[in-house]
Design a protein around this ligand. Structure first.
Ligand code: GAL
Length: 393
């Protein structure tokens, strides 16, 4: 345990917000951030719980100042970061920034290794509430734990609560040390891209790939309130919607369909993952906004027990996962195949507490409720996921 012991009251439930990377990548400007803050308010996402507005890579000028301090890019962020934080705060939101535990960010801008105290003080002065801390740049021979602990200590030393999001890509098992260096969440995989699957050698992981990886890692025990396994930011909305894209079984290289968006979001909620929206909210369809604000799924994500969902049964064409909740459990029936399928499940084989013999089932897509004595089977469309909240009576 270092000085950077976790503020467990921060991120008592998984952090929710919006991050610029998946929508704008390195072309981000302060206008995009202000528009995102406005859109979070106008779309109702803020009121649904999405509170952090995080500027990812590329906000910095090419050089630090003489004191090693970070400067905002004078062209893309002419008003500077304190003014941008004010703009975000004025809308009832919180403000986040990005740096890296190396000498440079992934896109080659100055970063924080060796200057942690200076930068943490800058972040606090500017009104930063959330730091995403990446793993790029020259590490100067230092291991991940020492690099991430240095920033954890620096954040703990400033007079401001700052959520510390560790983006180490899961390379050195950050779920075993992230909490001890003050982290509130830690990436467990490579970047998620807006695809169902990627091929070996291709950049990033598709949504199905990430779920395979999370299942294999078997790290649910690392997660609890104040510290979250992070399967990466949401790609929901970054592809054709409403099922316009007819998927071909062999086509794994096109963006997400509506069914895939739903499976993606449902599983991130079942995992109890941080929910960082990554789509351009000024141009989002009703279907995407409805998905991101689904109150039943958000309640599963934000459940106060803070457990991670885990697989109960994994087969080639379908999977059953569940997550224990304060008053029952969430159960997901995922059809991985290319044809509609009956996915069979029974409470006895899931995380549902089975004291009684009657359960109320809430369908998190339709809002319908019914009773069961234990059977939870459902017919599920290709790449869709049925999600039930199951409560013992
Ligand atoms: C990656 C990180 C992404 C994004 C990108 C910015 O390392 O995993 O989420 O932050 O860097 O360059």
């Amino acid at each position: 345990m270092t000085d950077g012991a976790p503020n467990s009251y921060l991120a008592a439930t998984p952090p929710m917000g919006w991050n610029s990377w998946n929508a704008h990548s390195c072309a981000v400007t302060e206008g995009d951030i202000r528009a995102a803050a406005d859109a979070l308010v106008e779309t109702g996402l803020r009121d649904a719980g999405y509170e952090y507005v995080v500027v990812d890579d590329c906000w910095m000028a090419d050089e630090t100042d003489d004191g090693g301090r970070l400067r905002a890019d004078p062209t893309d962020f002419p008003d500077g970061m304190a003014a941008l934080a004010d703009y975000v705060h004025d809308r009832g939101l919180k403000f986040g920034l990005y740096s890296s535990a190396g000498r440079h960010t992934c896109q080659g801008y100055p970063a924080s290794l060796g200057r942690e105290r200076t930068h943490a003080e800058q972040f606090a002065d500017w009104g930063v509430d959330y730091l995403k801390y990446d793993n790029c740049g020259d590490h100067r021979g230092r291991d991940a734990v020492s690099r991430y602990a240095a920033m954890g200590d620096a954040l703990a030393a400033v007079d401001r609560d700052i959520v510390y999001s560790i983006c180490e890509w899961g390379q050195s098992a950050p779920w075993t040390w992230g909490r001890n260096v003050g982290g509130h969440c830690w990436r467990v995989t490579d970047d998620a891209v807006a695809k169902w699957q990627t091929s070996p050698g291709e950049f990033g992981l598709g949504i199905a790939d990430i779920l395979d990886r999370v299942a294999a890692l078997d790290i649910a025990a690392a997660q609890a309130p104040g510290g979250w396994n992070d399967p990466d930011m949401l790609q929901v909305g970054n592809g054709p919607e409403s099922g316009q894209a007819q998927h071909e079984p062999t086509d794994i290289h096109r963006p997400l369909t509506h069914a895939e968006n739903r499976t993606h979001f449902a599983f991130w909620c079942l995992l109890g993952a941080p929910l960082l929206v990554g789509t351009d909210l000024t141009d989002s369809s009703r279907a995407v906004l409805d998905l991101l604000t689904n109150e039943w799924l958000l309640a599963i994500d934000q459940d106060p027990l803070g457990l991670q969902g885990t697989p109960d049964r994994r087969e080639e064409t379908h999977e059953v996962w569940s997550k224990r909740l304060r008053d029952g459990a969430a159960v997901a029936l995922w059809n991985r195949g290319d044809d509609p399928a009956r996915v069979r499940a029974h409470v006895d084989d899931t995380s549902v507490p089975t004291a009684g013999d009657r359960y109320t089932v809430l369908d998190c897509w339709s809002g319908e409720r019914w009773e069961t004595r234990g059977d939870l089977s459902a017919t599920v469309d290709p790449r869709e996921t049925a999600v039930f909240r199951v409560t013992p009576q």
